[in-house]
Design a protein around this ligand. Structure first.
Ligand SMILES: C[S@@+](CC[C@H](N)C(=O)[O-])C[C@H]1O[C@@H](n2cnc3c(N)ncnc32)[C@H](O)[C@@H]1O
Length: 275
């Protein structure tokens, strides 16, 4: 590692906000930004700006979510349909804009997806999961179905890991930079890429297609926000439908596309041929 890269990495790892981000992602962004020159503090500043776009909007709330997991623990008595437990989970999900937007539709959101994929039998992969797995009580998965949750954000993963342990769901969390490493992802029936493609697109134009080519699953669920996180419509619907069409061409193994959209999220269920 060059002296400059070492110094940039040291600054990033010392940053309270981003030290929980997977080192592979910190390094990838540092190398890319180093190519544009500047002093270590300037390079680190540009990396932090990009981290803010990719994970920053999640990082703060994820810490808040960890605090809120207390209420989830207190209300867990072994029944995921219990009202107080679901309210506690909903409290955590509301801490993050991306999952908060999904709350009004959660009762039917996963039922509609599984209606198109068939109920998962062995495993669900949640790629770029954030704190999304706290919606497990609404997923109605059979007890033996494993849940693999993957993200670059170690703080969100810690919350998710605590939750999976609490409710006794088999599976694991993995800190992984899905832009630089898609090899050997666990296999499953369904891969969820919920609101992940726009985030990957901002990091590397080919990353989403690379990921979908690597996924070992019969179905992938790709979703896009139907309005900005700020709540204002921006013709996003048309733009993201266009993005999906291009993605399908790039991926080349999608045999069927069906839609399970809700008012503020475009949800596409892709059937994949074996990779
Ligand atoms: C808009 S959030 C969506 C979270 C969740 N899937 C949902 O729908 O609520 C995007 C997620 O992608 C993660 N992410 C961003 N870049 C990533 C990367 N290179 N590899 C893996 N995850 C990444 C972020 O940390 C964040 O949790």
């Amino acid at each position: 590692m060059s002296d400059t890269l070492g110094e940039v990495m040291a600054r990033l790892v010392a940053s309270r906000r981003y030290r929980h981000v997977a080192p592979a992602m910190l390094r990838r962004l540092a190398v890319e930004e180093q190519a544009d020159g500047g002093k270590p503090e300037e390079i680190a500043h540009r990396v932090r700006r990009r981290l803010h776009q990719a994970v920053g909007a999640v990082a703060g709330p994820a810490r808040a979510a960890e605090r809120q997991l207390g209420a989830v623990r207190d209300t867990w008595h072994g029944d995921s349909r219990n009202r107080a437990f679901r309210d506690a989970c909903a409290g955590v999900l509301r801490a993050h804009a991306s999952t908060r937007e999904r709350m009004p539709y959660l009762d039917t959101y996963f039922a509609a997806i599984w209606g198109l994929t068939g109920p998962p039998r062995t495993a669900v992969l949640d790629l770029g999961c954030g704190i999304g797995p706290l919606a497990l009580p609404w997923m109605q998965l059979a007890d033996e179905v494993r849940y693999h949750a993957c993200d670059v954000d170690g703080a969100a993963l810690e919350t998710v890991a605590g939750f999976l342990r609490l409710v006794g769901r088999p599976g694991e969390v993995e800190a992984r930079d899905l832009v630089s490493d898609v090899a050997g992802l666990p296999a499953g029936d369904v891969a969820l890429l919920l609101k992940l493609v726009p985030t990957l697109d901002r990091q590397d134009a080919d990353a989403a297609a690379r990921l979908l080519r690597a996924v070992e699953a019969e179905h992938a669920v790709v979703s896009f926000p139907a309005r900005s996180l700020g709540g204002r419509g921006k013709g996003m619907d048309r733009a993201y439908r266009g993005r999906l069409d291009r993605l399908l061409e790039e991926v080349g193994r999608v045999t069927e596309v069906r839609e399970a959209s809700v008012p503020n999220e475009l949800v596409f269920v892709l059937e994949l041929s074996r990779g």
